[in-house]
Structures are given as C-alpha cells and as structure tokens.
Write a new protein. Structure first.
Lengths: 330, 361, 542
C-alpha cells in the first residue's frame, strides 16, 4: 500500500508538486497522467526519495519514508530510456540488485534467467546494452527493476521513447508482467492509451496538482473537467446550448458541459442530428468528418468506410451515450 | 528475436578499476616522500642543525657526514633559489628563521641582510688569509667562506687567428675593433652580470651610464643568464657561439683546457670584480651552538679544499691546495674592483633601474 | 536543502582547506607584506606603482605577447588537431604524445635550445630573430600548441560528422563547411583552449627571461625581479594583484563562453580516415608545426650526443656519475619521480573531490553558483607567480599547526597546485557526462552512495583518472618555478639538477645537462604515451 499525503515538492522555491494525495492498494498499478511539465515525474522522484519534500508525507504500508534514503526505500525506479549500465552485460544489469544483496551467484543466475524469460529475452544474458534495440533495452530495465522485488515499482514514461507499434505491444506485455509478478506500481505517462493499457487506477495531474484520481474506468467516464476530458482523448467539449442539444439527442439529462469523443457521433440514415459536412478524410477504418450542426456548431464525427460524405453534403448523426461524458460546470 | 553475434563482455571493468586503483595506491605509498627521514618531526630536536643555502650549494656527502660525526649534530641542508632569492628569503623570515645557518649571501647582498638583522653575532675564528675578504662592517656576524672574480674572458685562439690584439681593459671593450664581440649576462637577472656592472661603476663612477651606452652602441649582446651567454654565444662554449668575449669567472679558463694541455680562453685580470660568499648564524637559530660549529666547519681546511671542485669557487683560506688546472690556468687578479657592500645595498635599485634604461633604450 | 549544502560543504572542505592553506594564505601573506604598511593599506603607494611607466610597459608587453602567442598556437594547432585526431596514419599516436613534450620541458632548457637555433651562429641565425619579441612569441607557441592540439583535437574527434555532411549536401565547399559548421561547433573547445593558453603565455617565466634578452619583461618576470632582487614587495604585490585580476577576468569570460555539452545527446562519432588530396594543406601545416616543435628538440638531442668535440654517448654515461655533492642525474630523476608521485596523488585526491562537487546536480540556483565558483577557484593557482607562492609559503606556514615550510611534502604540494587545474579539467567533463539518472537508477535498485560510486562512477572514471594521473605526473616532472623557490632538502629534482649543471662552467656539464633534458623529455613521452593508450579526451575540456 502506497500512500501520498499532501505531498509538495519545489525547485528553487518554485512549486513543482502541490499537496498531492494518492492511495494505491497492494498489487495494483496506478497511472499518473498529465501533460509534460505537470509535475508527474517529480512526484515519482519524490516517492523514490530523489527529491526532498517541501511538505506532506510518503508512506509505504503505513510507514513514513521521511529520512529513508533512496537505496533503502525498496522503490525501484525505471527511466524513460532505461539507464542500463553500459559497462555491464544484460545479466549483469538484471542481477545488479541481487549482487548488491550478496545473493549467492547460483541464485543470481537462476533469478536472472527467470526474469529474462519473464520479459521474453531468454538467451540475451551475455549481451551488452549497446547491442540491444530500444524495446529490448526497456525490457532489460524492467527485469532489472523487478529483480529488486520492489515494494513499489516506479515507472517513468517507460514506453514513450519507443515507436508506436512497439509501444502498443510492450504496454500489453507490461501489464501481463506486472500482473504476474503481483507488483504494486506507479506508471507516469502522458499517453492516455498507455495508461489504459497498463493501469488499474489513474491519477490526472495538472500544474503540480492531482486534479482527479480513481479507478481507471471511472476517471475515463467521468473526467473532472473540460481540460481533463480533452487530455483523456475526448475530441471536443461542448458547452451551454450545444451541450444540451447533443445530450438530448443521446437521451441524457441536460448538462452544462459535455465531452464528446470523435466516435460518439456517427453518420447514420436514422440519425437525429442533421448537419453539413465541412471536411472529410478517409482512414483505413472509417471516414473522419468535421460536421457543422445546427445550434451546436462544429463537431467531429465518423462515417463507416465507403459511406458517401463529401464537403457540402448534408448528413445525419446518431449519438452513442457511452462515449460522452457529462462535465460539471467549471 | 534477432540472432546477434554474442559479444564477449569485457572482464568486469569495475573490478579492473578497483585493482588498478589498488595497485596505484600501493605504488604511491611505496614512492611517497612521506615518512622520509628529515620530515619535520625530526627537525624539532636541538641536535639537528639546519643550513639554509642557494641552489648552487654542493659539498661532498662524505664531508657533511664528517661534520656530523665530529659534532654529533645532524645536518640538514635546505637549498633553493639564487643568492638574491636566498637573501630576500632570509629577510622575510627574519622573525622566525627557517634554519640555523645561512650560507651564500654574497657581497652584493650582505648589507641588506645585515641591515635587516638576519644574522646573529657568533664567535668564529677566521682562518689565515680570510680576513682579506671580510666585510668592512659586520664581520662578527658574516664570515667569508669562498670567493671568485667575475672577469671578462676571451677566446685566445679567435684573436690569434685574426691577428687581432685582444682587449685588456674595460676601456678597450668600447673600441670599434671589438664591435659585436662581447656578450654579457644581464645585471638585473644574473649575479655575474651584476658584478660586471659593479666593476664598471667602480671604474667610471658616476659616468658609468655613458660607458654602458657606448658598450651597447658597440654591439654588446645581453642574455638573461650566465649559462646562456657562455654556452650559446661565446665561441668557446662548445655550441657554435659567435662572440669571443664573454663575461664569466676568473676560474673559467681552467675548464677550457684542450688536448694540447693549454687553455683556449683567458680571463682579463684588469676587468674583474670580486665576489665573496659569506656564512653566518641566523638570529633566532634554534641551535646556535651547533650553528657556530657549522660555520667554523665551512672554514676548515677540508671544506675549503673541496670548494673549487664542488662549487667552482676559490677558498678564502690561504695555503689550501688548488686543483692543478686551477693553479695553472686560473690566475687570480691582484687588484680586482671592489665596492663597499653598504654602497651596493644603498644604490642597487637605482643602478639597476638606470642600467635597464640604458641597455634597453 | 540545508543538509545538501552541508554535504556539499563537507565534500568541498578538503580541497578548499588545501587551497586555503597552500594558496590563499601564502599569496595573501605576500600581498599583505607589500600592501599593508603601518597598519593600513597603502593606497597611495599602490597608485604610485600603477603610475610607473615601466609597469605600463610590462603589463602591455605581457598582454600583447600573450595574445600573439595564443593566436599563433591556435593557428598552428588547428590543422594539427585535425590531422592528428581526424585522420588515421601510421605514427599518429606517437605524434600526439610527442606534441606534449614541449609542454612539460623545463623552460631553462627550451630557452637555451631556442637560442641555439635562433642565435647568430645557429641554423636560423640569419633571420635575426634572437632577442626579438618574435622569438618569445615563437617559444610561447612552441610550449602551448600542445594544449590547442589536444583540446581542439579531442573535441574535433568526437564531433558529430552529420551536420558537416548535411552542409556539404546543401552545396557548401569544404572551406565553407569548415567556416560555417565545424568551427562554430568547435567554439567551446577553441575558447577554452585559447583562454588556458593565454593564461600559460601570460604567466610564462623562464622562456621570457631567457629569450627576452633583457629588453622584454612580462609581469611574471618583473614580479620575480622585484621580489628576489630588489625586494620591492609593494610593486610585486601590485603586479600580482593585476595578474590575479586578469586571470579572474579571463576565467569568467571563459566560463561564460564555455557551453556545457548535453550528456543525453546521442552522438555519432566519425572514424578517423586515411588522408585524401583535400587534406594536403592540413598535412603541410602539421608538418610545419612538427618542424617548429621538432627543431628545438632536435638541437637538444644533437647537443646531447656531442661531447668534447666528438659524437658519442659520453653525456649519457655521465648521467650516472655523481657530481661533487653526490648527486647524479639518474638519482635526480628518481627524486623527480617520487616527488611527482606525491604531487599526483594530492592533485588526484583534490581534483576528484572538486570535480565531484562541481558536477553533482544542483537543486537551486545558489547551489549551482556555488559549484561553478568552486570549479573556477581551482584554476587560480595558474595565475600566480611561483615566486610569490614560494615566498608566501615561507612567511605564512611557519607557525603550528601549519609549520609546514620544511616539510618534504611542500614541493609536491606546490606542484599539485599547478597540476590541479588540469586534473579538474580532465575529470569534470567525464563526471558531468555521467547521466545522473544512472546513479538514481542504481540507488533505487538498492545501491548505497558508496556502491553507486563504485558501480556507476568508477567504471566510467577510472580511465580518465589514470589519464589525469599521467598529466599530473608529467606536469610535476617538468615543474621548475615553484620547486626552485621552495626550501627543500638538498636533493634536487631533475629540472633543478639540469639548471645546476647549466650554471657551472665546463662544456661537459653543458652536454650532461642536455642529456639530462633528453632523459626528462623521454620520461615524459613514456608517461604521455601511456596516457594516450587510454584514449581519454583530456586537457580537452578546458
């Protein structure tokens, strides 16, 4: 159980994290999501003991970590670019923490093999980090961190240095590996897809503050405010009369603001919202449109591939209520 | 998974590093000067006598050991810098001297040291002949130990080859016949250079700047140090020099003896300035008794006899045998130039400033 | 925060104490002797000294000769840096090591060698350069070109070749590429090298004294003269202050112009290639430089093989023969090596601490400023006259608990101070180049600070550390100034022994001095070759 109680960190008197409070139960993964510069990495470093707290407490299993140096916290930290030790082999890197604990060489070798198998890198033991691809390096870094058997595993944008396909693939694997190892982990990322793929819980940070925290589905469905919604992948936030029109069309109660995903408005002959196509762009899976709706204004929408929707055409849109989020007035 | 050629990792680099550092430290510990004999803890006792001197000090080890066994005192020699640096060092540290005895203050610096109260009176018996070199004032504190004359030297063969009569006096040096032939170390940077300046001052009095102006007009070359003038510019320096007249010492001809058993150079005995080096017990010496013994020892026949071979200077003690080549090729001037050390001390700055102006005009 | 600053202070305490005791205290002691008259600062006297025409002349000559020397060293060093570090040809490594020999040769010897070359009877005599500023500037360039070659060469070697390739692809001629892409990229190294060379030139002592005839004096030679000959401590102190002021100013400018390389940036390093036709100008220029560096050295070697009118190894066999005082040149070499070992461990220990303190990540602006000031502080010993330091030791380190002036370690300490800037400059970029997150990763994996040091820093640092050791050894081997002004046991180091040999009449002494110089140069080459084998960008990061 990791607990952050009104944690504040500042650089040179400028606050980087302000009164952040979080709770993370055993064996769960928390994604801390936010734009760059929001203080999420700082928060992670504060948990690791790399930044001094300006206020608040960090507790693991109820014990305050104040004054405990990084190397005694049991919080393994994995960086965006792995930070493998270039002078050590893959096995040397993975077994690093074990050797620090004077584990017998045979046990180290066995555990290293297990961990390499876990991250799908069996047979890489004798390679040097310089010869590995980016994805392989991150997996070695993950194995190295897991070798600590950390009380909390801290992942600082572990996948963002990788290309899109690899990222997607590794995100799935990361979830599998963390599940299987039963690790409590905090994942910092700016990519909501990555957060969805890996985490159980999510905290959204902005300007040094935690603006929302909860189970991942809940946060996704009920963003705390418009900015959060946009950051979580909602395409637009409609306000006032526009929000009311779309909510009504979706069969929802009227709301002061409504976050709309692109895929929630679909061109359909039975659609109840008429509008004029402003622009259209075909993708392999669907046609992406910008449609001007009466009383609402411009919205994003999709049409099935093959549907005829050219600029100037009049189309009708249906609304999927599960892809909308009602927002409180901000 | 790609099949990479498995590269052998280097053998545990940090182990190598640790080993390297360990080896290095051991090597360091083995070579260090720490824990040497003569570290300061050994100097605290009163049975050690410390001699402060200049870089050119050299005496056979055997003699120094003889002193130790005679007196039972341990002798430490601290050497650095030239005579000027030594004197000024002594003046700066007069309240807390570095040692017990100083050797190497010469007659151009003696007054400064005496005026600053660097030396204490010590009852030293002057050996026969030494009185001739004693300071006019302050001989109760500084006793002469060695002497030598700075003289103009010439390459005799060079002049013979050209049927040119060699110069003999300071006056000759400004004659057109000897244009571009003289090289001298500078007075401000070298002690023989200063001695040469002093001989011109002794000869010409207040008109010496005019003489130097003429000398420079006649193509005299200046170098910073003696070695520079002698080895690089002098025709008998062994290095293809081009000037057959050089300011050097009266003993220099003893070092240019050729295969035919004759010296190729000669000192002009009418151009010489007498240098005397003194020793004395430092005021505030930790061990004044032993210090006095040491000064006395420097005047002993053994040390006096060793001076020519060790430090290339003449003994002040009469009746000491000189090396054969010295006796034969290094006759001493009978009436060298001298100046009162007090006079030198009072005017040194002014003379050097004027000299620098005249020569770098 | 306070704990961090406390830890910083603790780490910095040792080197600061060393600097305080062995530099600040002696130097301020000497300055006080000159400036403090009857219980107050004698401002009138200071102004009076500053108004002397000779002081103006000396300061002006120092500045312009150092600037000219720096410029020459840069112009000569650049093509050589390219040739020796970007091209591959047999013997390149040996040449790189040989380039450093002048830098560590005793100035007395070099001065004499230069005069033999330029004097009326020498091979370059007809040029009439003897005793002119040209000779001084040539000698300054001779001494310092190594710094340029090394500093710029190592930077050039690790320069990413892709921007230059991109420029060429956009139609830039090789000259345009050099002017618009390569030189700007080398600017930090150029500026750093230039400022250090200027510093070395402006504080040069022996060469100026020997080659300047007496016509030309620099601040450094003037301080020597005023202190040892005229005992005009006031003028000496004023000149020392002027010198310190110039040095501090230069360091500030250098620091501003020195950009910090981004350690996270991934660089492509070009492999050295075989020379092509386009490299001919660089090769020719390098050849010229080799002649400039080689000629005085050659004079030295041929001189050493000449004894009493005949060729032979007589001068070398004489190295083992004791002089009147029982000193042999080989014995002096042993003394030199032992002194150098002590100087080296001192410089390394201090340099390591300074580099560690200076490169640790700062949490606040104040902390950053403190760290960079500390870094610059240890460059200061370069800017103070050896005679000031030597005399300062005598008058300040004479009371318990600092009764050190007779300690056998005083000479190594003084040499360590001279070597320290080089050590710091070698280690700082390496330590600074280690991504701090490597240490954090190790700590988060459970490594204690000590283990972090051993497992993260040391593997990267040990080669540069050995290289720095080589530099310190070489500097200490050649050091003459401070050594000769310090009180020490009568056991001379090799440069002092050479000086002594030169000071005695007899051409055999002279030949032996030359042979001893060759021995010293040889030892230096061996040390530098060993360093070179480690392939560490070294003086580079100045």
């Amino acid at each position: 159980m990791l607990e952050l109680d009104r944690v504040s960190v500042s650089y040179d008197g400028v606050p980087a994290v302000t009164a952040a409070s979080l709770r993370l139960p055993e064996a769960q993964v928390l994604a801390v999501l936010g734009p760059s510069g929001c203080g999420k990495s700082t928060l992670l470093r504060a948990v690791a003991g790399l930044e001094p707290l300006a206020g608040g407490r960090v507790l693991v299993d109820g014990a305050d970590l104040a004054g405990v140096p990084t190397h005694r916290r049991g919080c393994a930290l994995m960086f965006q670019d792995g930070q493998l030790f270039g002078h050590l082999t893959v096995a040397g890197n993975v077994g690093y923490a074990l050797r620090l604990r004077r584990t017998p060489a045979r046990d180290v070798a066995r555990r290293v093999d297990e961990l390499l198998a876990l991250v799908d890198l069996a047979g890489y033991a004798e390679r040097l980090p310089g010869t590995l691809s980016g994805g392989e390096r991150q997996r070695v870094a993950l194995a190295r961190a897991l070798a600590v058997d950390p009380r909390v595993l801290l992942l600082d944008e572990p996948l963002s240095a990788l290309d899109a396909t690899l990222r997607e693939h590794l995100a799935g694997e990361l979830r599998r590996i963390l599940r299987r190892a039963g690790t409590t982990a905090v994942l910092v990322t700016h990519d909501h897809e990555e957060a969805f793929a890996v985490a159980d819980r999510m905290a959204v940070m902005r300007s040094g503050r935690v603006v929302q925290e909860g189970p991942i589905g809940e946060v996704w469905q009920h963003p705390a405010d418009a900015e959060t919604a946009l950051f979580l992948g909602y395409a637009r936030v409609l306000r006032g009369p526009a929000a009311a029109v779309v909510a009504r069309a979706a069969g929802l109660a009227a709301t002061p603001a409504l976050a709309v995903r692109r895929s929630s408005l679909v061109v359909s002959p039975v659609g109840r919202l008429p509008g004029v196509v402003e622009s259209a762009r075909a993708t392999p899976e669907q046609v992406r449109l910008v449609v001007r709706l009466e009383e609402v204004g411009e919205v994003d929408a999709v049409a099935p591939t093959g549907a005829h929707a050219a600029p100037g055409d009049v189309v009708h849109l249906t609304v999927d209520p599960h892809r909308l989020a009602a927002l409180p007035e901000s | 998974m790609t099949a990479w050629p498995a590269r052998r990792p280097r053998p545990g680099p940090h182990r190598t590093a640790l080993l390297g550092c360990a080896v290095l430290s051991v090597a360091l510990a083995g070579c260090s000067l720490l824990g040497e004999d003569g570290s300061p803890d050994a100097s605290g006792g009163t049975d050690t006598v410390v001699l402060v001197t200049h870089d050119s000090f050299a005496l056979p080890q055997q003699l120094l050991r003889e002193f130790e066994s005679q007196t039972g005192d341990r002798l430490r020699v601290l050497a650095s810098g030239d005579a000027g640096a030594l004197t000024n060092k002594l003046v700066l540290t007069r309240d807390d001297p570095v040692g017990d005895v100083a050797f190497g203050v010469d007659n151009t610096f003696a007054s400064r040291a005496l005026d600053a109260g660097v030396f204490a009176t010590a009852a030293v018996d002057l050996p026969p002949g030494a009185a001739a070199y004693a300071l006019p004032d302050g001989t109760d504190r500084l006793v002469p130990v060695d002497t030598g004359d700075v003289c103009v030297n010439i390459d005799t063969g060079w002049f013979a080859d050209r049927d040119l009569a060699p110069p003999a006096t300071l006056d000759d040096l400004v004659r057109p016949a000897y244009r571009d032939l003289l090289v001298t170390p500078g007075a401000s940077t070298s002690s023989p250079g200063l001695a040469f300046l002093l001989s011109t001052i002794a000869e010409y009095g207040d008109r010496w700047p005019d003489y130097w102006a003429e000398l420079m007009d006649n193509g005299a070359a200046l170098t910073a140090g003696w070695s520079d003038a002698y080895y690089v510019d002098f025709t008998q320096g062994g290095q293809d020099g081009t000037r057959p007249i050089v300011v050097s010492y009266d003993s220099s001809p003893a070092f240019t003896v050729g295969d035919d058993g004759r010296s190729t150079t000669r000192a002009l005995l009418d151009t010489c300035f007498r240098q005397v080096e003194y020793a004395g017990v430092l005021a505030g010496a930790a061990n004044p008794e032993a210090a006095r013994d040491l000064v006395q020892f420097l005047l002993s026949p053994q040390v006096q006899a060793a001076l020519p071979e060790s430090m290339y200077v003449f003994p002040v003690r009469s009746g000491v045998d000189l090396p054969a080549s010295w006796a034969r090729f290094a006759p001493r001037p009978t009436a060298p130039y001298t100046l009162d050390p007090a006079d030198i001390s009072a005017h040194r700055d002014e003379w050097l400033t004027t000299w620098t102006e005249v020569t770098t005009r | 925060m306070t704990r961090r600053l406390a830890a910083l202070a603790l780490l910095a305490a040792v080197p600061l104490a060393v600097l305080g005791v062995f530099f600040v205290l002696p130097v301020s002691g000497m300055l006080a002797q000159g400036l403090w008259v009857d219980g107050h600062v004698d401002l009138r006297g200071v102004l009076e000294v500053l108004a002397r025409p000779r002081v103006h002349r000396v300061v002006w000559f120092t500045v312009w000769s150092a600037a000219a020397g720096t410029l020459c060293a840069l112009l000569l060093g650049l093509p050589a840096a390219y040739t020796l570090y970007r091209l591959s040809f047999p013997g390149a490594r040996l040449l790189r090591a040989a380039m450093l020999v002048p830098f560590v040769l005793p100035t007395v010897v070099v001065g004499v060698a230069f005069r033999q070359l330029l004097g009326r009877g020498g091979p370059l005599g007809p040029l009439g350069l003897d005793g002119t500023p040209v000779a001084i500037i040539a000698a300054l360039a001779f001494f310092n070109v190594a710094v340029v070659v090394r500093a710029v060469g190592t930077a050039w070697e690790s320069l990413d070749p892709r921007p230059a390739e991109a420029a060429a692809a956009l139609g830039a001629t090789p000259a345009q590429v050099l002017w618009t892409v390569t030189l700007p990229a080398l600017r930090p190294a150029l500026v750093a090298a230039a400022s250090v060379v200027f510093l070395f030139c402006a504080t040069a002592f022996g060469v100026v004294l020997t080659l300047g005839g007496l016509r030309y004096a620099t601040v450094e030679t003037e301080i020597y003269l005023l202190t040892t000959n005229l005992l005009d401590l006031q003028a000496a102190a004023v000149l020392s202050l002027v010198q310190l002021g110039v040095v501090v100013g230069l360091l500030l400018v250098g620091q501003r112009l020195r950009s910090v390389p981004d350690p996270t940036q991934h660089r492509v390093v070009a492999r050295p290639r075989r020379p092509r036709r386009g490299d001919v100008p660089a090769l020719v220029a390098t050849g010229l430089l080799l002649v400039l560096v080689g000629a005085p050295l050659l004079t030295l070697v041929t001189g050493s093989l000449h004894r009493e009118g005949a060729w032979g190894l007589g001068n070398y066999t004489a190295l083992g023969r004791p002089d009147a005082a029982g000193t042999t040149a080989t014995g002096a070499l042993v003394t030199s090596l032992r002194t150098a070992v002590d100087a080296t461990w001192m410089a390394l220990a201090c340099g390591l601490l300074v580099a560690a303190v200076a490169t640790r990540r700062s949490r606040s602006r104040t902390e950053r400023r403190v760290r960079s000031t500390l870094d610059g502080l240890f460059m200061l010993p370069l800017g103070v006259s050896a005679v000031t330091l030597g005399f300062g030791f005598l008058i300040t380190l004479d009371h318990p608990p600092l009764d050190l002036r007779e300690s056998p370690l005083l000479v190594p300490v003084a040499q360590a101070l001279v070597a320290l800037p080089l050590v710091v400059r070698t280690l700082t970029p390496v330590l600074g180049g280690i991504d701090d997150r490597q240490r954090q990763a190790a700590a988060s994996l459970g490594a204690s600070p000590w283990r972090v040091l051993v497992t993260v820093d040391l593997p990267v640092l040990w080669k540069p550390l050995l290289a720095a050791a080589g530099f310190a050894l070489a500097v200490s081997l050649g050091e003459f100034g401070a050594t000769s002004f310090l009180v020490r046991e009568d056991r001379p180091t090799l440069p002092v022994a050479i000086y002594r040999l030169l000071g005695h009449p007899g051409t055999t002494n002279y030949g032996t001095a030359l042979a001893a110089s060759v021995l010293l140069a040889g030892t230096t080459v061996v040390v530098m070759l060993a360093v070179e084998r480690l392939r560490v960008p070294s003086v580079g990061a100045m």
